[in-house]
Design a protein around this ligand. Sequence first.
Ligand code: ZN
Length: 133
Amino acid sequence: MSDAAKEEFGDPLSRPFWRAAERRQLVVQRCAACGRHQFYPRPFCLGCQSDRIEWVKASGTGTVYSQSRLHMSAGPGFEPPYVVAVVELDEGPRLVTNIVGGDCNIGDAVRVTWRDRVGAPPLPVFEPVRGGR
Ligand code: ZN
């Protein structure tokens, strides 16, 4: 894939997210009117309907909100068993992701790490923070 094609990964709404992912930086939307963070990207704020949405760097840390261990392959890079989780970021939004690098319990602290992919930006996944934070 050429660099030009790579830059166009994602739709216009999610493109800033994938451009940041190329640099292994996790970003979320923040409403400039009320300060609320949100993810996945939307053209307006879910809290106050403002369209004054900006992208900001997330801390990359959060807690496990829910998780399931799956024993079926979902394709390359998802060799079973693997853990699908909902992680609540410290900024508030929740995202569906994978837990890698060890077992977690609900409520455990995790931090973002990146899974490299061929022909697409790295995917944010999460790993346990050993010893808490
Ligand atoms: Zn708002």
